[in-house]
Ligand binder design. Structure first.
Ligand SMILES: [Zn+2]
Length: 160
């Protein structure tokens, strides 16, 4: 039997001022989008922001529901906003941040599995990587060059 392995690389910015200006601006939009979260149940606010190829930025926030499975993550809200308002416009970057009710999240809060899959679908659709800029409420910022990096062995339309 063969043994295989893979290696993941990402960048870590120690503080906001270490980020390129565009990424810092996008993360600031993700942070202000937190305020629009509807999270009466978890009280966990997530903000996401998208930079399109035309320079436009769009924000999204998590939207909960008393029927829990209907809850929408900020990342997918932002993706849907971009896809519906700017169809076929390339998504270059997504920034993500969070605010928890009982702690200051000090590490990057990674997207859930469903959002990783949705991001990979968008990359597949646009045939271009989406850079991810991810932070907790404070602390270091992770930068991944592609959503595929955080969803290895992903399922896509090539299987259908
Ligand atoms: Zn999610």
């Amino acid at each position: 039997m063969k043994k295989k392995s893979s290696r993941l690389e990402w960048k870590v910015a120690e503080k906001l001022s270490d980020l390129p200006k565009k990424d810092a601006k996008l993360l600031a939009l993700a942070t202000s989008s937190l305020e629009n979260a509807y999270a009466p149940y978890s009280k966990f606010h997530v903000g996401a922001a998208i930079l399109l190829e035309n320079g436009k930025m769009l924000g999204g926030s998590n939207q909960e529901n008393a029927a829990y499975p209907m809850c929408l993550c900020a990342e997918r809200v932002a993706l849907s906003a971009a896809a519906s308002q700017y169809p076929k416009m390339l998504i270059k970057t997504m920034a993500i941040t969070v605010k928890a009710p009982n702690q200051i999240v000090q590490q990057p809060a990674m997207p859930c599995g469903s959002c990783r899959q949705a991001l990979c679908e968008m990359e597949f659709q646009q045939k271009k990587d989406i850079k991810l800029v991810i932070r907790g409420e404070e602390g270091v910022i992770y930068i991944f060059k592609s959503a595929k990096d955080i969803l290895p062995f992903s399922f896509d339309a090539t299987f259908l």
